[in-house]
Design a protein around this ligand. Sequence first.
Ligand code: AHR
Length: 317
Amino acid sequence: MKLKTLLTTTAAVAFMGMAAQAQTVGFAQIGSESGWRAAETTLTKQQAEERGIDLKFSDAQQKQENQIAAIRSFIAQGVDAILLAPVVATGWDSVLEEAKEAEIPVVLLDRQVDSSDELYLTAVGSDLVHEGKVAGEWLVGAVGDKECRVVELQGTTGSSPAIDRKKGFEEGIAGHDNIEIVRSQTGDFTRSMGKEVMESFLQAENGGKDICALYAHNDDMAVGAIQAIKEAGLKPGTDILIVSIDAVPDIFKAMSEGEANATVELTPNMAGPAFDALAAFWKDGTMPEKFIQTESKLYTPDDDPAGEYERRKGLGY
Ligand code: AHR
């Protein structure tokens, strides 16, 4: 039965008026692979506390099987809703069916799944293709007609941001034959792998002299790569342009020191809109839009990076 249909029947009645009680929400988080992820966890806990929601938190250590086990445990506990930040896009059908059977609404946070949208209440996130496109278009503007060999650090293999940010960047540079992605490999969204993979790119590309720009699917990998570039005796931000995604404090620090050039913001406050949607749903069965989109703003050195660092550094990143 469709969730919508389900809500027009007896289940809707069961949900109505729940806003008056304290709700329990299970959060199947991916892990803590990046500064952005840490901030999302912090903000979700804060938002839950402010709203009097009892949040049951599970850290999956970046493993899908741990997330699936956490969801099953939340279902067994009879939680009122489940937040899921899916590590990869595929393989969720069965467990989402189980949540639906148990009449527990699921809200996706920051990443997408390839399951039917009838299996979840809503998804809160950014337009991940657009983020990549903004990064690509920034590079087009920055290099003009100059030949530019780009290396790319991809996010976690099979995750929607890795798939979509790659696609978007390719769209952003399309038609500019002077810009070419010459190497592309996963850095799993972590700082340590970003550094390690960048070291191999530098080695393979004439010590880095043949690289014009790095596109990293998140700032943490860019920060790791910046370290590798410096250790190779080159100047990040000048010898190799750096463009990435997230807008975490450390990339603003690097930008204020001339070592990074552009980042596209991904807000870590996915929980605020998710809890708002759940509150309306619990109150009277209101169905939210299937996708609640957050902003994606481009930041460059013209946007007061030192100030941005100060403003963000205490926010749980
Ligand atoms: O899904 C969002 C991505 O996941 C963030 O860009 C990255 O930092 C995190 O690991």
